[in-house]
Design a protein around this ligand. Structure first.
Ligand code: CA
Length: 373
């Protein structure tokens, strides 16, 4: 009897062990099958941009991003990049990605002030933060959380997408020696910078990048801002105006953006989501690095080869612009609670950043310059 119980018990244990082993095997097999399915599945995305295809800096950046994503994913996620107007016009990138016509876009948030006035702050504001400070605020100072909150109702997830660094004040057909020279001056300058320019007596004109050169050359406008030496040289703006003023008070470090359709992003496996996220960060740094190196080169070309007359804006113009900027920002904040929320976060970070950079970056530039002299 006892022996019989032992046999039954032993068989039961062996059976249980086999069942566990079998279950373990099949679960393992199932996991591996899932992995294989996930690894085999490929995704094809379309990226729309606001820039001419392969335009220096801003146009090349999205191409490199797409190449990196394809390489890192072993071809599981491929992204076809479209220049401005190829799939949708430059200023319809936001709607196209929001509606799912394209899964991803590369553009600049200040174009979308019609969707939310607060969007402008994520690109740059007059007398605002430089590139280092902007990236610090966006990635570690609460800026990105606010950006995602603003884009959430549109089904979009924003990521940082590069930065031009500090831009230039622009090209003018005549000298600006005082605030009097700005009165009635017609200048291509978009966004908040344009509002500020109007407040000090100028006439801001809205023109797309493609219209700038001919408008300046024909005299339809007296001046224009565009980006900086690298992109301005590519447009040939030195052939249309004699004076090149610095620095870009209106765009002290313009952040670009990748915008991703939320549903398309959620449909990706976790590893591809991570690849997209990390590739945006790589592009964010890479585009800035390219601008830094090429701007240095292009400015030498403008000075040495084209003998461009480069000047700083006079102090009374800068002071008037600074005062007007504060007024414009306060007016915008009073008119729009979302703008106020983002501006409060931005400006409190900027105040602390200015305090810090006064004794770090600024002091260092000053010392370096003194040493050079
Ligand atoms: Ca600009």
């Amino acid at each position: 009897m006892l022996n019989k119980i032992k046999v039954v018990y032993t068989r039961f244990i062996i059976g249980l062990a086999c069942a566990i082993a079998l279950f373990g095997c099949s679960k393992e097999q199932a996991d591996s099958d899932n992995g294989a399915v996930q690894l085999q599945k490929t995704y094809k995305w379309k990226m729309v941009t606001s820039w001419p295809k392969n335009f220096p800096g801003i146009g090349r950046g999205p191409e490199t991003f797409a190449e990196n994503v394809e390489r890192m994913s072993g071809g599981r996620l491929t992204i076809n990049v479209y220049g401005a107007g190829e799939l949708v016009p430059p200023f319809e990138v936001f709607d196209a990605v929001s509606q799912g016509t394209a899964e991803i876009g590369h553009s600049a948030a200040y174009y979308w002030k019609g969707k939310s006035a607060a969007a402008q702050i994520f690109t740059a504001i007059p007398f605002g933060m430089n590139v280092q400070e902007t990236n610090g605020w966006l990635h570690y100072g609460g800026g990105m959380e606010l950006w995602r909150e603003i884009y959430k109702p549109f089904g979009l997830i924003p990521f940082t997408g590069g930065n031009t660094g500090v831009q230039f004040a622009g090209w003018f057909k005549k000298e600006i020696n005082s605030i009097d020279d700005v009165q009635g001056l017609k200048m291509r300058i978009p966004g908040l910078g344009g509002e500020v320019f109007k407040k000090i007596g100028g006439i801001p004109v809205a023109l797309s990048g493609a219209e700038i050169f001919t408008s300046l050359q024909s005299g339809a406008i007296d001046g224009t801002e565009w980006v900086g030496p690298y992109n301005d040289l590519a447009f040939g703006l030195h052939k249309a105006a004699e004076f090149y003023y610095y620095s870009g008070w209106h765009e002290p470090g313009s952040a670009l953006e990748f915008i991703v359709n939320e549903k398309a992003y959620q449909a990706l496996p976790k590893d591809l989501q991570a690849i997209v996220e990390v590739a945006t960060k790589a592009a964010n740094q890479d585009i800035l690095d390219e601008y830094t190196a090429r701007n240095i080169e292009a400015m030498q070309t403008l000075k040495d080869k084209h003998k461009v007359d480069m000047r700083a804006l006079p102090a009374d113009v800068i002071n008037a612009l600074k005062q007007a900027s504060l007024e414009v920002m306060q007016e915008q904040a009073a008119a729009d609670p979302a703008f106020k929320k983002v501006y409060d976060s931005y400006s409190s970070f900027q105040l602390k950043a200015m305090d810090y950079h006064k004794v770090s970056e600024y002091e260092y530039y000053k010392n370096r310059s003194d040493t050079d002299n």
